[in-house]
Structure formats: structure tokens, C-alpha cells
Write a protein that binds this ligand. Structure first.
Ligand code: WT7
Length: 661
């Protein structure tokens, strides 16, 4: 093992480029840097021509558009492919059946228990989706209605989403790791008519009940008329009569036809809502539309993963996040390829689980997160020994910057030193990948997402809004619309405008800090707002703070990110208690549980420090900069603290931290 580690160290100090593999270039969709650069140039010179061509190549439209793009980012107002109609499930299913792919595998599902594998050909998936669409219709779901989906990583999740798109219902997936309260807030916000959930989640060998969360959430969700429940674990659950029904019964009911006409949707009709954290307490419902999102999903899947008919594509994300929406479901199925869906976790029953599955299914494209790589690196190369990973062709990374050590480990141990790594930068709001290498075209620099995809006009701006110099850090913005961009924050146009379009008028503000080097390579540094990135998941510090202060003993809370070797960032909370409440360790545990119940386990603070006072300016603003340094154990150079109302609190916090050890 030390051989490889030595190699990692020396390669890193070389700062050399990793050239794309020669083998496979001819068959690649983009096989040279020159070909990327030509496309990029064309996409900037004639964006509408470029996207019209891509949209025609990739998507089957019922009606053509009359206008490719109608946009004004100052407003903001963005419409792509106006006048066109299409249906997403038609694009993911029907058209492939017509193209002789009825018996091709669409989904390979691996349950957490090794023996539980279910596969769906395009023909089989089509029938399930049509049935589910008919079930939803029977429940009263109509075009434009919202359906909330709170499911583990089981095939019914994919089936439900495609069924929604078939009838023009808007899906809103809530990650099954979120709490009842989070689910409730999200259902209330979009006023969903139906909830689809399951009895339980299987996770790391445990059965975690899910339906009780749904029940608790639904206690205050007047909009919900029906709840469809998938039996995953065979738990006994309470079924509320008149509201709840079993999936397996509803799908097999008399009169549920195995076919269903796809609803023609306008290109700009909403396809789905997905909630994500922002800098205020309330998550925002990011709105994606039908024509632009699908075009962008297919375009990026084809380019970045070079997806071919014989590929077995495995994106390890959960469909509860955008990564799963775009790169488990819509991208691969829209292109008629085979997508692996895995219910389990990377380290159960052992840290070789992922590699064993790569071998088992002969996975060719493997897309995961840096936090997974870092977690698996800890076990060394032992779990990889004896695994046949020779099917792999491309590796991918997403969710946070990948540190060069993890990059090298991934490249050498998983990729055998021969595979390209596509480090893909994007966001829930962008719908698909924005900045990324192309596997057979782009020379790689470990830690850099490299260059923007065609059509993506990325730039770094300094505080004055002027283009930054090479290597000067600044704000990452996108200077023109792309088809996959969000079209709104559900029910809150003002928040849409102020969050993304106010900072740099006329541009989309990604909220990330980055620099661009002399070769035009982008290096993402992380969020510039009060959002932290824990294991590749976005958490709003304000959301966690409001969860903490909702506890009766807490008067004030300030949450910051702290560096964490595996998660990237961890949640560090400073908590001020109400007068007279004792600072006990029991209360610390209680506060952690409280955050779990309010938001979910991912938001539970790793560290809670009691803070008799918080560093505030005289106008009452908490100076998080100082708290971040304390959380990171960096007690040097706090900068100018003279504006603090009480500079003494800084010393108190440091002493408090040292005392708690
Ligand atoms: C934020 C978006 C859609 C991806 C999954 C997370 C960070 C994402 C990278 C990357 C550096 C990255 C950014 C971004 N991020 N990918 N390759 N390198 N940072 O989606 O929850 O919407 O979070 O994740 O900070 O803004 P998300």
C-alpha cells in the first residue's frame, strides 16, 4: 500500500496534467480537446442555434417550438423552447420501445440485502409506470397537481416519478432521511395532493420505520387527499382508512390499465420541485421545467459520461437529491441506457460493498462523492483486493471539491491509474452538470472541475462585479441562461430574484467562491453564503439554528461549518441557554436529538459548545468568521474584533472550548 501512497505524494508535487486515455477516444462522443473547444466556441457564438440542435438531437418533441430562447436575466425571466410540447416519460420509455429496446435493461436495482435484486427492462418499466400513472389518476391527481414522494431507494421511487411526468403531475421528492417535520414543511409549501411513502427504510442492516414519520407529517397537511404506501420491509403499519392505500393493491386493482397515454406538456410546464437549503431558515422549492431540464439532463449525461448502449451506469446518489434525479433517472433513461439503483450504503456489510457491486454488475461508469472516497480510503486498498474492476471506464465525483489526496486514491486504486475522473461542479438549481472535464478530451488537474461545458458561460467576478484576474478568488457566476436552469422558487418569486440575480445583475449567482487559473480551469472553493456542505449535502446554518432555538431551553444559537476529514464539513453549534438552565452533557444529547427530529439525522450537530455569549457587532450581527475559526481550532489572528459589542466573549469561547477538551 505504501508504494501507492508514495506515488500519490510524488504525483501531487509534480503538478502535472493527467492526459485523457487514448483507448476509447475514437468511439467517444467528444474525443479531443479541439472538438470540445469547437463546440464551446459555437455555443457562445450562436447559443440558440447550438441548443436548438442539441434539443432536436436528444429529445423527441410532440410539437416544435416557435422560440428557442426568450430570456432576460435582469428580471429574471427565462423561457426555453417556447411553444413546444413533449412528455418526459415518453422520452424515457415509449420512444425506446419503438426503437427496439423493449428488452434492454433500464434499471438494475440492488436491494440492501445481497440476494434482493430486481431488474426492469424498458418494456417492464413502461408497464409499471403506466399502471402507477393510472393509480395516481384514480386518486384524483391531474396535470399540474403536486405529488410528494418520501421513499427509500427502491424501484417504486423511480416508477412514481416517471408516472408523475406521464400525467403532468409535479413531483416533489423528500429524501427519506429527513424528519417528519421537514416532510410536513415541504408538503405544506407545495400543497401536495398525494403522498407516496413506504413502511420502512432498510439501512446498514437496520429496519427504520418510515410510515410513522409520514403519519406525523400528515397530521397538519390539509392538502393531502391520499397516501400510497409501498411495502418494503413488511412492518405492521397504521393505515388510515379513506386516506391510505397499499401500493401493491392499488397497482393490481381491477381497472388499472397497463397503458396510459402520455400527457403533452408545454416545454415550460413545471416538471418537478426539489427543496434545497439556503441562507434563511426555510428551504426553497427549486422549480425545474420540462423541456429545458430534459434537454440539459440528456446533453450532460451524454457528454460527461460518454454514455453508450453497452454501458452500465451507476450513480451512487439517492434520488432524494438532484444528483439522483438527473443521473440515476432522467439522464440515463432518457438516453435509453442502463442505470443501477442501489438501496444500501458504502460500508455495509463491509467497506468493499461498492467494489463488489461494480464487479457483480460489470459497472462501466461510476459516479460518487468525495466523502464516500474519503470514507473508503480509511480502509486502505484491502477491500479492493481481488475485486475485478476491469469493466470500469469512467469515474465521476460530485458534491464538493475533491481534495487531491482523495482524487489520487480514486484514480490509482479504483481507476488502476488508467481511468479519467470527471469532477463535476453543479447544483440543485442548475439541473445538470455545468463545469466538468470530458473524459476523453480534457487533461485533468486533481482538485479542479476543469472547464465549463458548452453553453455554460461561467466566470469569476470580484466584489465590484468585475472579472477577476487569473487565480484571483471571487464569485462564480453564469452569464447567460442554459436550458437546465431553475425557473423559480416555488411560490416565492421574490426569493428567486434576490437569491440568484440580485448580487450581480444580469447574471446567475451560484453562491460559490472559486478561482480560474491561467489555463481557464475552475477551482471551486466552497459556499460564500451561510450554507455548509456536509458529506456533499447542503445544509443551511439558519435552518439548524432555528431548530436549536425551538428547544425550550435555548435562547440563542449560531451554527458554522468546521473542517472534517471525511464529511468535508461538520456541523458546529454554539448554543446559549436560557437564564437558570444548567449546562449539562445530558442536555447536549437532548439538543442533538432535537435537531434530528426537527430536520433529520444529517443536520445533527457534531459538536455543540455552550456559549454564555456570542460575538456580536454593536448592531447585533453575529460574527461567524470568528466562530468558524474557533470551531476549526484556529485561535490565531481573529482580525479586527474592535467592532464587537463585547470583545471578551471571544476569549470566553476559546476557554470554554479548551476546557471541554
Ligand atoms: C453545491 C451544490 C448537484 C451536485 C450535488 C450537490 C458544491 C457540488 C461540486 C464540485 C466543488 C461542488 C458547491 C455547490 N459542489 N459539486 N464538483 N466541486 N463543489 O448539490 O446540494 O445543490 O449543492 O455543492 O458548493 O454550490 P447541492
Amino acid at each position: 500500500m505504501s508504494d501507492v501512497d508514495d506515488k500519490i505524494t510524488s504525483l501531487l508535487s509534480e503538478k502535472r496534467l493527467f492526459e485523457p486515455p487514448l483507448e476509447g477516444r475514437e468511439a467517444a462522443v467528444v474525443g479531443s480537446l479541439q472538438s470540445y473547444e469547437e463546440s464551446y466556441r459555437r455555443s457562445m457564438e450562436d447559443p440558440e442555434g447550438y441548443w436548438a440542435q442539441r434539443a432536436n438531437e436528444l429529445v423527441s418533441w410532440f410539437q416544435p417550438w416557435h422560440t428557442v430562447l426568450d430570456a432576460d436575466l435582469y428580471q429574471p425571466e427565462v423561457r426555453w423552447f417556447d411553444g413546444a410540447t413533449l412528455n418526459v416519460s415518453y422520452n424515457c420509455l415509449d420512444r425506446h420501445l419503438k426503437n427496439g429496446k423493449r428488452d434492454k435493461l433500464a434499471i438494475i436495482w440492488q436491494g440492501e440485502p445481497e440476494e434482493e435484486v430486481r431488474t426492469f427492462t424498458y418494456g417492464e418499466l413502461y408497464e409499471q409506470v403506466c399502471r402507477c400513472a393510472n393509480v395516481l389518476k384514480k386518486m384524483g391527481v391531474r396535470k399540474g397537481d403536486r405529488v410528494s414522494v418520501y421513499l427509500p431507494m427502491i424501484p417504486e421511487l423511480a416508477i412514481t416519478l416517471l408516472a408523475c411526468t406521464r400525467i403532468g403531475a409535479i413531483h416533489s421528492v423528500v429524501f427519506a432521511g429527513f424528519s417528519a417535520m421537514s416532510l410536513q414543511n415541504r408538503i405544506q409549501d407545495c400543497e401536495a395532493k398525494v403522498l407516496v411513502t413506504a413502511d420502512a427504510v432498510l439501512r446498514a442492516g437496520k429496519v427504520i420505520p418510515l410510515k410513522p414519520n409520514a403519519d406525523e407529517a400528515l397530521e397538519q397537511c390539509d392538502s393531502i387527499e391520499q397516501c400510497l404506501v409501498v411495502r418494503r420491509a413488511g412492518l405492521t403499519v397504521r393505515m388510515q382508512s379513506g386516506r391510505d392505500s397499499w401500493w401493491h393493491e392499488a397497482m393490481a386493482a381491477d381497472g388499472i390499465s397497463p397503458t396510459c397515454e402520455p400527457e403533452p406538456m408545454d416545454a415550460e410546464d413545471t416538471l418537478f420541485i426539489l427543496y434545497t437549503s439556503g441562507s434563511t431558515g426555510k428551504p426553497k422549492g427549486v422549480v425545474h421545467t420540462t423541456g429545458g431540464y430534459l434537454t440539459y439532463a440528456l446533453h450532460t449525461t451524454q457528454w460527461v459520461f460518454d454514455l453508450r448502449d453497452e454501458d452500465i451506469h451507476w450513480c451512487t446518489a439517492d434520488i432524494g437529491w438532484i444528483t439522483g434525479h438527473t443521473y440515476i433517472l432522467y439522464g440515463p433513461l432518457g438516453l435509453g441506457k442502463t442505470s443501477v439503483m442501489f438501496e444500501g450504503v458504502p460500508t455495509y456489510p463491509g467497506p468493499d460493498r461498492f467494489w463488489q457491486l461494480v464487479e457483480k454488475f460489470r459497472v462501466t461508469i461510476f459516479y460518487t462523492a468525495p466523502t464516500v472516497i474519503r470514507a473508503l480510503m480509511r480502509y486502505g486498498d484491502q477491500p479492493l483486493r481481488g475485486k475485478d474492476l476491469s469493466s470500469l471506464r469512467i469515474l465521476g465525483s460530485v458534491g464538493e471539491p475533491i481534495n487531491p489526496e482523495a482524487w489520487m486514491w480514486y484514480h490509482l486504486h479504483v481507476g488502476g491509474g488508467r481511468l479519467p475522473i470527471v469532477d463535476t461542479w453543479w447544483q440543485t438549481e442548475t439541473g445538470g452538470i455545468m463545469i466538468s472535464p470530458l473524459p476523453y478530451a480534457t487533461p485533468l488537474k486533481p482538485g479542479s472541475a476543469t472547464r465549463p461545458l458548452p453553453g455554460v458561460d461561467a466566470a469569476i467576478l470580484n466584489e465590484e462585479g468585475k472579472p477577476a484576474q487569473p487565480n484571483e478568488g471571487g464569485h462564480l457566476v453564469i452569464r447567460r441562461p442554459w436550458p437546465g436552469m431553475l425557473r423559480g422558487v416555488f411560490g416565492d418569486p421574490e426569493r428567486y430574484r434576490t437569491t440568484y440575480f440580485e448580487g450581480f445583475p444580469g447574471f446567475y449567482d451560484a453562491g460559490d467562491g472559486a478561482r480560474c487559473d491561467e489555463d481557464g480551469y475552475f477551482w471551486i472553493m466552497g459556499r460564500l453564503d451561510d450554507v455548509i456542505n456536509v458529506s456533499g449535502h447542503r445544509l443551511g446554518t439558519a435552518e439548524i439554528e432555528s431548530a436549536l432555538v425551538s428547544h425550550p431551553h435555548v435562547s440563542e444559537a449560531a451554527v458554522v461549518g468546521m473542517p472534517h476529514p471525511i464529511k468535508g464539513q461538520a456541523v458546529y453549534a454554539f448554543v446559549t441557554l436560557n437564564a437558570g438552565v444548567e449546562e449539562t452533557t445530558e442536555l447536549l444529547a437532548e439538543l442533538r436529538v432535537h435537531v434530528r427530529t426537527e430536520i433529520g439525522p444529517i443536520a445533527s450537530p457534531d459538536v455543540i459548545q455552550y456559549a454564555p455569549g456570542l460575538p456580536k457587532t454593536r448592531s447585533g450581527k453575529i460574527m461567524r468568521r470568528i466562530l468558524r475559526k474557533i470551531a476549526a481550532d484556529d485561535f490565531s489572528d481573529f482580525g479586527d474584533i474592535s467592532t464587537l459589542a463585547d470583545p471578551g466573549v471571544v476569549d470566553d469561547l476559546i476557554k470554554g472550548k479548551e476546557a471541554s477538551g
